[in-house]
Unconditional design. Sequence first.
Lengths: 115, 111
Amino acid sequence: NAGVMQNPRHLVRRRGQEARLRCSPMKGHSHVYWYRQLPEEGLKFMVYLQKENIIDESGMPKERFSAEFPKEGPSILRIQQVVRGDSAAYFCASSPRQSGANVLTFGAGSRLTVL
Amino acid sequence: GQQVMQIPQYQHVQEGEDFTTYCNSSTTLSNIQWYKQRPGGHPVFLIQLVKSGEVKKQKRLTFQFGEAKKNSSLHITATQTTDVGTYFCAGGSGNTGKLIFGQGTTLQVKP
């Protein structure tokens, strides 16, 4: 029973390029969360999705960032025209359903480095 | 918006000493969860508290949820080197399923 799968684990991009991070939730989980963690800092909420629907994107920067969770395939966090400040670990987590008491299962994270 | 504050940010203890981290929310929570992240790793779920005044124990770890459901604490008795890591509280409110994490408390244990 595979857990939350994230890839790539490490990604290096030059300024101005695009970064695409993928997340496959645990089997049976229908909700996906994305969090960003800067070095030595906490987990900052970005977006919360279910298949084909964004539930809450209040933590997403207004520009360059987008997320989707299509009917088929993994959830994707897309960062366009990356800047050095985008360098961080991006964690995906999944939960079985939408409720006020969801327990999250995290993936191993994707570490983005922008040169 | 909802904020979750955690103190202290860092704590260095001698092995065998106790450790406590505190979590406070700006709003009433429906539940509070605690996660542990080892250095270089990812957050791993420890426990969830739902009821006002709830206390739960896991071996040397004791978790409390405040009466007003706005604060929580994690206490570790007689720390061991395996306790090293960052402990995060995460608060949920309403029925959205969204969890807001505190900044975390990083625990270092000197053998």
